[in-house]
Design a protein around this ligand. Structure first.
Ligand code: PEP
Ligand code: MG
Length: 590
């Protein structure tokens, strides 16, 4: 058994299909035989063909997966139009009398090499984009029209060194049971697309396998844990078949509670909302019965593109989301860029410590042009449904005052221009920094709601980088210091009479549920996979007992003590709606 990075959840069992690597045999043409004019012609037609193909793939992906994912191919189209890249190719052809295909190959190698040298994982992955476009050009230049299309007729698990967007788009997705790649991280396109379409995916297997996977090998992959088993024993196959069946069965059972209100057995309501990165994800989330969106991470609208989305484009995306929401709220977080989420067309400084650097609201208050464009789009969309504005990484009350001044100014501007927009849109803040948590009582006086981002809050409270595997075991959501802060923020919200939500990954952890109710949290917002297991726990929970548990937890000295207490409180039976027991009796726990 080997472990890579679990990038899209689910178990897949099937035969491997190893994707071909694009390797080109380049002709060694002596310089004098190269006719520059005809080579230029070849270059331009290969660019034209590649552009047509990419446009076609883009619209297929838009249909199949979603609008935002299709933008990945904008980056490819932009490379085809990039004057730096084109000049390099033409220069090699003119100065060294090389054939178009040789010049393209050399230019690609040069730029890929440059990107590969960069420390930043995201930029490294952009090297893959350049290679992908280069391969497409070479395919046309060499007249090799055999595409990388997976020629699979039978369901299989696709295995690649790294899966480029073009290769992903060419997979026969109906026959693809899962995806394994040697390279790539969770921000790679393969990961994003696999998650969006719901195909189990494990990445980063390089150096983790005893021998390379061959086409025809039997594979088991678990995209939640990152596990890959090559040619497993029969017992292992049976074990994973059972796990898979159980997962499917659990999912089917849980579907019964989709339409049941999110209330505890003794009648306490806890609103469950969705975390989304795109409108496509919202469509999916609505099938799980969520009450709107507690966190729309809009930075993803900005990241997978080569140019900034216009106000109009942003407005249409928010408006489309509201159209699906039937009056439920859409909490739009202003773009949380910088740090681990760079945007290649927004110049940001190279920082030694990006997570403590220029990011989120700090960028927005400096680049007010970006902030104002997004605010205009959000406020305009506010005329079409229930919108809330959420400010990321706020560290002081000054951040709130400055942001609210800008919001008021944008409102004035829209009014002067006679443009329709939503009035009195609630403005809230993310509590992600210990500084914000510490003065949550004061901040609560200034805003309409607060949303606790535990993913970041935990890293800053514990001084543990959330992206660093070397300290991953120190990243402890149930550390007493974290829990005391969460309680403090929840109480501050209650006292000020404003709702407090939790929207980090911890929100959907069933183990933490008694704390949310005990602390007085009003809403939770989570990724869609967590919604039904969490709700099942909620329905089987007793709110009064949660208060006692939360009080006890706040006296614990270690995360071990906290976990023990919370584990003992887990219910031992299914909630009444799943057992058909109308009395809804609870066995044991909270
Ligand atoms: C968080 O920090 O908990 C959060 C929800 O924001 P993100 O994960 O996008 O940083
Ligand atoms: Mg955060």
């Amino acid at each position: 058994m080997s472990n890579g990075i679990g990038a899209a959840p689910g178990i897949a069992i099937g035969r491997a299909y190893v994707l071909p690597v694009w390797e080109w045999e380049l002709p060694e043409k002596p310089g004098k035989e190269t006719d520059l004019a005809s080579e230029m012609d070849k270059l331009y037609s290969s660019i034209r063909f590649s552009r047509e193909e990419l446009e076609e793939i883009k619209s297929e992906i838009r249909e199949l997966i979603g609008e935002e994912e299709s933008h990945i191919f904008n980056a490819h189209l932009a490379i085809l139009d990039d004057p730096v890249f084109l000049n390099e190719v033409q220069d090699i052809m003119k100065r060294q009398f090389k054939a178009a295909e040789v010049a393209v190959k050399e230019a690609i190698d040069k730029f890929v090499g440059m990107f590969d040298l960069l420390e930043d994982e995201y930029m490294k992955e952009r090297a893959g984009d350049i290679r992908d476009v280069g391969n497409r050009l070479l395919k046309h230049l060499l007249g090799d029209f055999q595409d990388v299309e997976t020629p699979v007729e039978h369901p299989c698990i696709s295995v690649g060194k790294e899966l480029s967007p073009s290769q992903f788009a060419n997979l026969n997705l109906e026959k693809t049971l899962g995806v394994v790649t040697m390279l790539g991280g969770t921000t790679s396109h393969a990961a994003i697309m696999a998650r969006a379409i719901g195909i189990p995916c494990v990445l980063g297997m390089e150096g983790k396998l005893n021998k390379p996977i061959q086409t025809g090998d039997l594979l088991i992959i678990d995209g939640s844990t990152g596990t890959v088993l090559v040619n497993p024993e029969i017992e292992e196959v049976e074990e994973y078949q059972n796990r898979k069946a159980l997962q499917t069965e659990e999912k089917e059972i849980l579907r019964k509670i989709v339409t049941i209100p999110p209330v505890t057995a003794d009648g306490k309501r806890l609103e469950i909302r969705a975390n989304i990165n795109s409108v496509k994800e919202l469509t999916n989330a609505l099938e799980y019965g969520v009450a709107g969106v507690g966190l729309f991470r809009t930075e993803f609208l900005f990241m997978e593109r080569s140019i900034m989305p216009t106000e109009e484009e942003q407005f249409h995306i928010y408006q489309e989301a509201l159209g699906l929401l039937n009056g439920e709220p859409l909490t739009i977080r202003a773009m949380d860029i910088g740090g681990d989420k760079p945007v290649n067309y927004i110049a940001l400084p190279q920082e030694a410590n990006p997570s403590m650097g220029l990011r989120a609201i700090r960028i927005l208050l400096k680049r007010t042009d970006l902030f104002r464009t997004q605010l205009r789009a959000i406020l305009r969309a506010g005329a079409y449904g229930k919108v809330k504005i959420l400010l990321p990484m706020v560290s002081s009350i000054d951040d709130i005052w400055k942001s609210k001044e800008i919001i008021a100014d944008v409102e004035r501007e829209l009014a002067e221009e006679g443009i329709t927009f939503g009035r009195n849109i609630p403005v809230g803040i993310m509590i992600e920094l210990p500084a914000a948590a510490g003065v949550a009582d004061l901040m609560a006086q200034e805003v309409d709601f607060m949303s606790i981002g535990t993913n970041d809050l935990i890293q800053y409270v514990l001084g543990v980088d959330r992206m660093n595997e070397a300290v991953a075991e120190l990243y402890e959501p149930f550390h007493p210091a974290v829990l005391r802060l969460l309680n403090h923020v929840a109480r501050a919200g209650c006292k000020a009479g404003i709702p407090v939500s939790i929207c980090g990954e911890m929100a959907g952890d069933p183990l933490a549920l008694p704390l949310w109710i005990g602390f007085g949290i009003h809403e939770v917002s989570m990724s869609v996979q967590s919604v039904l297991p969490f709700k099942s726990r909620l329905l089987a929970t007793n709110a009064e007992r949660c208060k006692e548990i939360a009080e006890q937890v706040l006296t614990c000295r270690t995360s071990g003590e906290v976990r023990k207490l919370l584990t003992a409180a887990l219910p031992t039976t299914l909630p009444a709606p799943l057992t058909g027991d109308s009395k809804g009796e609870i066995a044991n726990g909270a």
